[in-house]
Write a protein that binds this ligand. Sequence first.
Ligand SMILES: NC(=O)c1ccc[n+]([C@@H]2O[C@H](COP(=O)([O-])OP(=O)(O)OC[C@H]3O[C@@H](n4cnc5c(N)ncnc54)[C@H](O)[C@@H]3O)[C@@H](O)[C@H]2O)c1
Length: 363
Amino acid sequence: MMNKMKIRVGIIGFGRMGRCYLKELQRNVAYEVAYVCDTDAECRELARRLAPEAQAVEDDQTIFDDESIRAVVLCTTADARLQQIRKAVGTGKHIIAEKPVADTLEHEWEAVGLVENATVMSGANMYLQNAWYHAVMRDAVDRGELGELAIMRICHMTPGLAPGEGHESEGPSFHDCGMHYVNLARWYAHSEYKTWHAQGMRMWDWKDPWWLQVHGTFENGIVYDITQGFVYGQLSKDQTHNSYVELIGTKGFCRMTHDFKTAEVDIHGVTETRHIERPFGGKNIDRLIDEMAESILTGRRSEAMPSFRDSAIASEYAWKMLEDARRNELPSIGTHEELEEIWEHRRNLKDGYGLLPRLNKNV
Ligand SMILES: NC(=O)c1ccc[n+]([C@@H]2O[C@H](COP(=O)([O-])OP(=O)(O)OC[C@H]3O[C@@H](n4cnc5c(N)ncnc54)[C@H](O)[C@@H]3O)[C@@H](O)[C@H]2O)c1
C-alpha cells in the first residue's frame, strides 16, 4: 500500500553501493523504496529477497515513467549516469547520484548544467563532506582553535581495488577514490586549486599510476599534500591501511585517523586539547539521504548536501593531477606476475579492502 507521506524512491544499480543505499533507505522513515533496477538478473533476484516491498525491474524507464516516484538514487557505474540524469530532470525526479556524476568531464559538466537549471534537488555522494570527524575538525578551524589554517596533509593508502578490477571506466585509483580527497582539501580550504605538482608510481607494470602524491597551493595561499594509493600491502599476510588528515594552523593543529570501524580526532587548539573517538560511519549515506529528505520536504536545498558541482570540480582536478604525474617521470616498479598473484589472492579473500560484492552476500 502506497504511503503518500513518504518519498517514493527508485534505486538504479544494485551492486555494492546500491545495496548500501537500500539498507539506509529502508531504515529511514521519510522514504519508501518502490523500485530497485539492475540490468543483471542475479542482482534483481537479490533485490527481490532484500527488498520484497519494492518492484525489481530491468529497465530504468519503468521508474522514470511512474509519476508517484519522487526521487531516484543513481548507483550504476558512471557510464549510465548522464542519460539517467537527463531522464530524471525531464520527469522532475530528485536525484542522489554516486560519484563521478558522469563518465567523462564533458558529461559531468553537462550533468551539472542540467541540475543547476532544473527545479529538482540533487546531491552527489562525496561522502567525506558528511563525515562527523571532518565536521568536528572544520568546526575547530572555524572557531579559531588553529589560528589561521595554513597546511593540510591528507593520506589514504589501502590495499583496495587492484588495477584492472572494478570501476575501470572511472579511472586510476587517484581518480576513482582520490577525487574524494581532492574534494575534501577544497572543502576545508574554502578556496579553489591554484597549483599542483604530482608524482606517481606505476606498480606492477600497470599502464596507470596506482599510487600518487600531489602537493600545491590554493588561491588563498593554503598549501596541501595528498597521497592516495591502493598499493598498501596487497600481498601482506595481514592487511591494514594508513588513512589520516592533518590540519596545521598558525597556532594549533588537529588530525584524524580511522580503522574503518572507529574514527579518532585529536584537537590541539589554543584553548582546548581534545581526543574524540566515535564509530567511523562508513559512507555516511544516512546523512546524505537525510539531507535530501530535508531538501525535498522544505523545498530548500540543504547547504550540507554535496553538489554535482563539487563532484565535477574534484573529478576535473583529480584528472589534472594524474596528467601532471604522467609528465613527471612515471616510474614502474614490480612485475605483471605480481599483479596476477594479487588478482588471484583477491579472488580468494573473504574479507578484504574494496572487494567486489558477491551476490550471495548483502553487501
Ligand atoms: N561514494 C563512494 O564512496 C563510492 C564508493 C564505491 C563506489 N562508488 C561509485 O558508485 C558507483 C557504483 O559502484 P559499485 O561499487 O556499487 O559498482 P557495482 O559494479 O558493484 O554495481 C553497479 C551495478 O549497476 C548495474 N548496472 C550497470 N548499468 C546499469 C543500467 N544501465 N541500469 C541498471 N543497472 C545497471 C550493474 O549490473 C551492477 O549491478 C560507481 O560509480 C562507483 O564509483 C562510490
